[in-house]
Design a protein around this ligand. Structure first.
Ligand code: SF4
Length: 371
């Protein structure tokens, strides 16, 4: 089983984009209308932390119980890590990100314009309308910042490009077990969506999807949930322990398998895509819906357990977990909850817990599961 296809790094991608005269939008997690940014010539480059930065500069401005995604993002910015960005977009996924948005707007004030984006906590018609209006308001701010005014046709073309890339990503997910990729290689590829231009990402995926199918990957099938698989060595460690990740409910990956929209009005279509994505606690998805989604994935893939791999102090995750895990257990799908700080290495303690969980699951007969 091989290896990662050659994926351009963030730095190479940013450099190449800027050399072509493009601009960069640094985008905080989780959901945002990529197509809207691209229509203005801005390449969205997502900032999930990043991991392993000195957290001290950000810590001076934040409460100690704020997660390391937000703490690291602020530290990175204060150390000029976002200098390459021309605008900064802060979607309000949670209170911590909302707090970061306010800090950037009112206190820290980086040189780039900072745009917040409110994501509704439901899927009603009023939520759709609200998010479409948010996209329209962001359009106006981007127009003022860039001097551009993309037409409706240009917006729709930009949406089409993103939908094509997301369609291929969904296909990659469907065929993951018969692709010549280790789990680590699979997630390196899937996570390149965080910064590659959609058309470049789509070309990479087409090359992988064109390879002949392999025998289904062997190992104890599990689901990975949570926020972001960092350090990514976790994935190789799971492989070495005899596990195989057959599906995920990660905020950076599976929760962003955006389906195509249907509306012919661009802002509404952007909103549809985000609100019709798989359930996500940061979008207010009910626990029952998350339970159905996880159980459905487990049935489809044969997964025998769930590893919830969270960033410490992540409130949206922590609110759901007690009830969600209890319901999963009652339905025959055991789980383990692991919390990490993005600045910590992969510790022996974490590996021991994952290994113990895999062993426990391996000894449970499949008939005991998925009741
Ligand atoms: S890890 Fe949780 S608390 Fe932190 S930014 Fe993400 S959703 Fe918010």
């Amino acid at each position: 089983m091989a290896s990662t296809p050659t994926i351009p790094s963030r730095t190479e991608t940013i450099r190449a984009w800027k050399e072509q005269g493009g601009a960069i939008a640094a985008v905080l997690p989780i959901h945002h209308p990529r197509a809207l940014l691209r229509a203005f010539g801005l390449l969205p480059v997502e900032v999930w932390g990043p991991p392993r930065v000195d957290p001290a500069p950000g810590a001076a401005h934040l409460q100690p119980y704020v997660c390391s995604i937000v703490g690291n993002a602020l530290s990175f910015l204060l150390r000029d890590g976002l200098e390459v960005a021309d605008v900064i977009l802060v979607p309000h996924a949670c209170d911590s990100l909302q707090g970061l948005g306010s800090l950037l707007l009112d206190f820290v004030r980086p040189r780039q314009p900072v745009f917040p984006l409110y994501i509704p906590r439901g899927r009603r018609e009023s939520d759709l309308q609200f998010l479409a209006d948010e996209c329209r308001a962001l359009y106006d701010k981007l127009a003022a910042a860039t001097g551009r005014t993309p037409s409706e046709a240009e917006l729709m073309e930009s949406i089409r490009r993103e939908e094509e890339a997301d369609g291929l990503l969904a296909e990659l997910y469907r065929r993951r077990r018969t692709l010549p990729l280790t789990d680590l290689a699979f997630y390196r590829l899937a996570r390149a969506r965080e910064y590659l231009p959609a058309e470049e990402f789509a070309a990479l995926l087409r090359a992988v999807l064109d390879t002949p199918p392999t025998d289904p990957s062997a190992g104890l099938p599990i689901l990975l949930s949570g926020i972001v698989p960092e350090p990514m060595g976790l994935l190789d460690a799971i492989t070495q322990m005899g596990g195989v990740v057959v599906a995920d409910d990660l905020a950076c990956c599976g929760r962003r398998l955006y389906p195509p929209g249907t509306s012919t009005a661009p802002f509404r279509r952007m909103a549809e895509r985000i609100l019709n994505a798989p359930p996500d606690p940061t979008r207010g998805s009910p626990i029952a819906e998350r339970l159905r989604h996880l159980m459905g994935m487990a049935r489809e893939t044969g997964a025998r357990g769930v590893v919830f791999y969270d960033v410490k102090f992540c409130e949206p995750e922590l609110f759901d977990l007690p009830l969600l895990r209890r319901r999963l257990q009652e339905a025959g799908l055991p789980s383990v909850h692991i919390e990490v700080d993005l600045n910590d290495p992969l510790s022996g303690q974490i590996l021991t817990r994952v290994e113990a969980f895999l062993e426990m699951v391996a000894h449970q007969t499949p008939e005991e599961g998925h009741r």
